[in-house]
Design a protein around this ligand. Sequence first.
Ligand SMILES: NC(=O)c1ccc[n+]([C@@H]2O[C@H](COP(=O)([O-])OP(=O)(O)OC[C@H]3O[C@@H](n4cnc5c(N)ncnc54)[C@H](OP(=O)(O)O)[C@@H]3O)[C@@H](O)[C@H]2O)c1
Length: 327
Amino acid sequence: MDISLVGLGHIGKAVVGILNENHEYFKSKFNADIRVISVSDSRNTIYDKNGLNLDKVLMYKERKELDEVAEVIGMDEIYSLHSDIIVDMSPATKDGIAGMKMYTGAFEAGKHVVTSNKAPLALHWNEIMESSLKNRKKILYESSVGGGVPLFNLNKYSLKSSKLLEFRGQVSSTINFVLNQMIAGVDFHEAIKTAQNMGIAETDYRDDTNGLDGARKTVIIANALLGKDYTLKDVAYEGIDNIKDINYMKNSGEVYRVLSHITGGKDPVVESKIFTIKQEDPVASMDSLSMGYLERTDNNDDLTVFEKHDGPLETAAQVVNDILLLS
Ligand SMILES: NC(=O)c1ccc[n+]([C@@H]2O[C@H](COP(=O)([O-])OP(=O)(O)OC[C@H]3O[C@@H](n4cnc5c(N)ncnc54)[C@H](OP(=O)(O)O)[C@@H]3O)[C@@H](O)[C@H]2O)c1
């Protein structure tokens, strides 16, 4: 299995680390000999037909000398390489078009796609899935929502015989961490600064705090779980930029979380907004840095799945899991 990686930031570097450390383990356990033949960041794409030396990739990336590791090629050349999968770990763009073109280009070139990038899926679900179907190539996107928590694969493989009644998920850590801090009396900008220092908020945090990031995730969950082709236009969402009743929230003693909320049935609800959570609700047991969800189904009862802490390593582990599923 030869793969091309696009993006070598928090997630990309963690994926390279997991693949590097576990190469022999994956080979002996799954018979998966995974070679990374190209890696791209915003400036360079490097390529070695026999597989890149991953220690060197990480070391030279740190020194900002990625172009010293191997042959430098154009980003567009990755489609003509002999890779089986293109793995997208590049940043979300406003219109998601670059990602959509990357995926359809990969399918047309006979490659599967693994992605942690939400924007193309939230904005161009239909085009991407049609191209995947037409070219008989797969796209796996477990890491795009909920970090390390299994959601799409769990639904796809373990809940086939059930219908979704309701989904409530805490799938965005930045917005929930900042909201929690504000309720504890911390100023919005101070809370953002703390979140950035912890590595959970991006430099441009606005898509997180205005609710767009949560809306993108909600579209993907609804499409995957309900078999729809919604886009951002179909989601009602709110952020925490202009909360009017923060003083009320501070004094109420209740738990508040921004959740993706989706219902099944004839007229599904698809929204991402602030919920008041009762103490006895399983969702209240997640802290603001947890990722997880409660799913009500007809035949599998109510499932609660969550992880205590989420970060780049957990997300990267899901990227690698998708690569292993395809292998
Ligand atoms: N961080 C998380 O916990 C998390 C969780 C779930 C999903 N995601 C998603 O996963 C993706 C990656 O996240 P991240 O935290 O790793 O982001 P990041 O740290 O900002 O890294 C992004 C990487 O993509 C590269 N890049 C930027 N533009 C590119 C382009 N046009 N072509 C090729 N590479 C390009 C950057 O290059 P340079 O190194 O040269 O800047 C960088 O290496 C994002 O879509 C994010 O929303 C992240």
